[in-house]
Design a protein around this ligand. Structure first.
Ligand SMILES: Nc1nc2c(c(=O)[nH]1)N[C@H]1C(S)=C(S)[C@@H](COP(=O)(O)OP(=O)(O)OC[C@H]3O[C@@H](n4cnc5c(=O)[nH]c(N)nc54)[C@H](O)[C@@H]3O)O[C@H]1N2
Ligand SMILES: Nc1nc2c(c(=O)[nH]1)N[C@H]1C(S)=C(S)[C@@H](COP(=O)(O)OP(=O)(O)OC[C@H]3O[C@@H](n4cnc5c(=O)[nH]c(N)nc54)[C@H](O)[C@@H]3O)O[C@H]1N2
Ligand code: SF4
Ligand SMILES: [Mo]
Length: 898
């Protein structure tokens, strides 16, 4: 492909479901730069910290550039033949349900469409499921129960038009930062706008909340059934909407009335006063949007939570109207696109239903398919169980890392290892999953591939290539189509390119769609490559104007919201209330007395395969940690920065303790990001259970019973090293990129160690390397530095407690010239870096401003986020850190006043 170096290419961010437009440019020297697309309707030019750092994540370091079979390099022909012949043979011997695909919301729609078509139309099994099962399944199931279709009714604009935003189980400030910023900006213009946050812990999102309801884990069903009862009791429902457009209100209200306010208070651990204030606010505010995410979906009652929320919006008629509606925000860049193509095991393409014989028949005719799947396939958790017990004999994993992200991950890893044939398509050569693949297929990465993604508001945007394909990498759609061709399905998979696949997908959405299916982009059925190349972001529905769906009764074609006037996708066109009764749920027991909640941090993405490459993003939080309430810390004799072991019946992790009253008592929170590539024992999903929601099959990743204990470390260490360390011989370690190399946190159960030998191996330093050392054995203090000529190859600092050396200073030494022996000695001298103030943990990734610098500026009189920006520039670029800066100002001004 021809890439025009001087031009800015309009593409879309590959991280979260906000789906921000990005302008990417390759300079003459090959340097890539990115900025927000001012014309994209998701972000209007904004980017968060992850989006801003995209250019740091696209180097070829660690990339898988050639196909491999059993660990040796192979040609494409051989690799594709091996995949096709093994799948064909397995299907011939054991039937179509003996094979499976496990795919991802990070595939582009075109990739996803082809993979789903191969499995559900040509292999004849529905054993294709996706990491969206861990992410969006409960929302999908809740939508389908209520609306008869998987429809997100609203748009981003509603967040700006609302008078009340209720955020449920969503850490928007860190996980959908640009939406958070849009809300923050709207709130500045209209200070009357209210925000309520429902989250067991006080996250950074609480910064814009007028009310934070620190709900008991999984108290949400009780909270929202209580709200429905309150709306009924206080005559705050929309009788007209209920009778014209819904069914089942009476039963739902009856079920809700079983729990009185005291019962709700007990189930949610909120006071009756808090509940009444929230309920009254909701009842009184017509323009209310309820935004929800993984605190809702990833639960054993996830689908009920979704319907409990939707019930309240149906009861008040607040749906599909400007500034009003339930709003499930999607996680991955193409979670929504995956749902459109039917990437889940219980759906067909184009929002058709696998249980519906007419839909199966329609798909069969459209694809001219030999074997349309007749029944739902295995959902993710079931799929890996079937792998473990040998029912699945060949598995193809694309664009996801289940050894790190599936619940009960050690068992998942064992199942993958035991499977006779595992294919992984990935962009990296080494991940915890790729290492177990028999065949490794090198996929094109962001910046190299072309296609479309759909964001949380149903907006379809192009991802466009601005880099050539390195090595032998190929786009995912090409890889799947080539395998399909070699399995004998050539006619249906040849002459493909992204534009043609998109046109086919659009045509299917409009095929025999008389308005009975919500997903319809039939207007693009005939799209050619030129139009596709220039495609502007658009929202669905976008039916062909010649179909009845194009002028569907009751829907204004210029309005892309759904359901303001009913017209639900149920047989009678009415939405369904779901009668829900909250169930009590005690998971803890004397052996595992604490509840572990899991999720995300601001600057890392999932299993860190991309954000882990960026020094900027790796400095915000550089190691795995667990948030512990001070009372629990005291109970288990844990001090701040201690190393702790968290265990469940399935596995254990070692992480750093972070003691904070933002956490609920009895609960812990730890991030999901760390893997074997970045830490000794940080794979959090080794702890989680395969317990799933009975309707959606989504695992309860936010509520796991665990035990906590201090890891008896005798020695702690911190190191910087220019080379990436290999095989670190320490009980605890966590490695993170910094500008000159790597920084490593360490802890050891033994105090007597040959520290010089350890340092040498950690730095990967040849024996002739000059080593300077300082040892104080009585105090347990050791400092060792290695130089090759004037440059620091590595420095190790060991102490009997958590090491106090300035991380920023130490990392910087890797980039400096140490010309004289005196300068080299300074690294191991008494107070390393003491003359340079430690910036502290990095808060502002864009300008590298640390917490200590911000505290100093607050002490010097800066009282607002803007004042800090003026003094230090922090928070003035992407703005993702503004909530944290505000929190630092609040705490420190409060302390100064004490
Ligand atoms: N920085 C960053 N952003 C991301 C991602 C990332 O990896 N990093 N991933 C993307 C993806 S795929 C997704 S799915 C989204 C996820 O986005 P979010 O859902 O916002 O993120 P999480 O941190 O998983 O969980 C959200 C919150 O749910 C809370 N919670 C836990 N249990 C409960 C409960 O019982 N009730 C309620 N009400 N809340 C509860 C947690 O305390 C947590 O703060 O983020 C997307 N954006
Ligand atoms: N405990 C706990 N576990 C969780 C969650 C949680 O909150 N708590 N959240 C869950 C959720 S919501 C999600 S979405 C999952 C995410 O979990 P995963 O999907 O496992 O995480 P990623 O790191 O995004 O994995 C993407 C993989 O695809 C590769 N890749 C990137 N681009 C491409 C491409 O274009 N083509 C191909 N073929 N490969 C590519 C990357 O290198 C990486 O290996 O984790 C789930 N697991
Ligand atoms: S909010 Fe950030 S991560 Fe999400 S799409 Fe926008 S720039 Fe990317
Ligand atoms: Mo997700």
């Amino acid at each position: 492909m021809e890439i025009d170096a001087a031009r800015e290419v309009r593409t879309t961010c590959p991280y979260c479901g906000v789906g921000c437009g990005v302008l990417a440019k390759v300079a003459a020297d090959g340097q890539v730069s990115v900025r927000g697309d001012p014309d994209h309707p998701a972000n209007f030019g904004r980017l968060c910290s992850k989006g801003s750092a995209l250019a740091e994540t696209i180097d070829l370091d660690g990339r898988l550039l050639h196909p491999e079979i059993d660990g040796r390099r192979a040609g494409w022909d051989e690799a594709l033949d091996r995949v096709a012949s093994t799948f064909s043979k397995t299907i011939a011997e054991h039937g179509p349900d003996s094979v499976a695909f496990y795919v991802s919301g990070q595939l582009l729609t075109e990739d996803y469409y082809v993979a789903n078509k191969l499995m559900k139309g040509f292999v004849g099994s529905a054993n294709i499921d996706t990491n969206s099962r861990l992410c969006m399944a409960s929302s999908v199931a809740g939508h389908r129960r209520a609306f008869g279709s998987d429809t997100v009714p609203g748009t981003y604009e509603d967040l700006e038009l609302a008078d009340l935003i209720v955020l449920v189980g969503s850490n928007l400030a860190w996980c959908h930062p640009v939406l958070y910023q849009r809300i923050a900006a709207a709130r500045e213009k209209r200070p009357d706008m209210k925000v309520v946050l429902v989250d067991p812990r006080r996250t950074m999102t609480a910064d814009i909340a007028d009310m934070h309801l620190a709900i008991a884990p999984d108290g949400d069903v009780a909270l929202f059934t209580g709200l429905l009862a309150h709306l009924g009791q206080h005559n705050a429902v929309d009788r007209g909407y209920i009778s014209a457009h819904t069914a089942g209100f009476g039963q739902a209200l009856f079920a809700a009335s079983k729990l009185d306010l005291a019962g709700v208070a007990a189930a949610t651990d909120l006071s009756e006063d808090e509940l009444t204030r929230f309920y009254s606010l909701f009842a009184a505010t017509a323009k209310t949007v309820t935004v929800y995410s993984q605190g809702v979906n990833q639960s054993s009652s996830g689908t009920d939570k979704v319907n409990a929320v939707i019930n309240c919006h149906l009861a008040t008629g607040r749906i599909g109207k400007p500034g009003a509606g339930p709003f499930s925000v999607t996680g991955q860049p193409n979670a929504m696109g995956g749902r459109e193509v039917g990437g889940m095991a219980n759906m067909l393409a184009a929002h058709m239903e696998i249980e519906n014989p007419e839909h199966r028949d329609r798909l069969q005719r459209f694809w001219n398919a030999p074997a349309v799947a007749q029944k739902p396939g295995l959902k993710a958790v079931e799929m890996f169980q079937a792998l473990a017990d040998g029912r699945i004999k060949a598995l193809w994993i694309m664009a996801t890392n289940p050894v790190d992200s599936m619940p009960d991950a050690d068992a998942v890893e064992a199942a993958i290892k035991a499977c006779p044939f595992v294919v992984v398509s990935d962009v990296l050569a080494k991940t915890d999953t790729v290492r177990h693949a028999h065949v490794r297929l090198p996929a094109a990465a962001w910046g190299e591939k072309d296609g479309t993604v759909t964001n949380s508001e149903r907006r379809i945007s192009r991802q466009r290539a601005f880099l050539g394909l390195p090595g032998e990498v190929r786009p995912d759609w090409w890889i799947v189509a080539e395998v399909a061709r070699r399995m004998g399905f050539g006619a249906a998979f040849s002459h493909y390119a992204p534009a043609e696949i998109f046109a086919e997908h659009a045509a299917l959405s409009g095929f025999e769609n008389d308005g009975a299916r919500d997903f319809d982009i039939g207007i693009y059925a005939g799209v050619d490559s030129k139009t596709y190349a220039a495609l502007e972001p658009f929202q669905w529905p976008a039916p062909s104007l010649s179909t009845p769906g194009g002028v569907q009764a009751g829907r204004d074609p210029s309005n892309t919201r759904f359901f303001a006037n009913g017209n639900f996708y149920t047989p009678d066109g009415k939405a369904r209330f779901i009668a829900i009764r909250p169930a009590s749920d005690t998971r803890t027991n004397p052996d595992y007395p604490l509840i572990l909640n899991t999720g995300r941090v601001r600057d890392h993405w999932h299993t860190m395969t991309r954000t882990g490459k960026s020094p900027r993003l790796s400095q915000h939080i550089a190691e795995p940690f667990v948030e512990i309430h001070p009372a629990d810390a005291q109970r288990y004799d844990i001090g701040d920065a201690d190393i702790v072991r968290i265990s469940s019946p399935r596995g254990e992790v070692l992480v750093r303790a972070m003691i904070t009253s933002r956490q609920r008592r009895g609960s812990l929170f730890a991030p999901m990001h760390w893997t074997d590539q970045f830490a000794a024992k940080g794979r959090l999903d080794a702890l989680t259970a395969s317990l799933t929601d009975p309707v959606s099959g989504q695992p309860a990743l936010k509520h796991v019973a665990v035990r906590l204990e201090k890891f008896a470390a005798k020695a702690f260490g911190f190191a910087v090293t220019r080379r990436r360390p290999e095989a670190i011989d320490a009980d605890y370690w966590a490695a993170a990129r910094c500008r000159g190399g790597w920084r490593v946190e360490l802890a050891f159960a033994a105090a007597e160690i040959d520290w010089t030998g350890f340092a040498q191996s950690l730095f990967g330093a040849p024996p002739e390397t000059e080593m300077l050392a300082y040892h104080d054995r009585d105090a347990g203090q050791h400092r060792i530095a290695a130089f090759d000529d004037k440059h620091l190859a590595g420095a190790l600092f060991v102490a009997s407690g958590p090491v106090a050396v300035s991380r920023g200073w130490a990392a910087q030494q890797l980039e400096e010239v140490h010309a004289s022996q005196r300068e080299r000695f300074r690294i191991v001298a008494g107070r390393a870096g003491a003359e340079r103030p430690d910036a502290g943990a990095i808060v502002c990734s864009c300008f590298g401003v640390g917490v200590n610098q911000i505290v100093a500026a607050v002490t010097a009189g800066c009282a607002t986020v803007d004042a800090i920006g003026g003094a230090l520039k922090a928070g003035t670029n992407c703005g993702s850190c503004r909530a944290e800066i505000r929190a630092i100002i609040q705490v420190n001004r409060f302390q100064a006043a004490e």
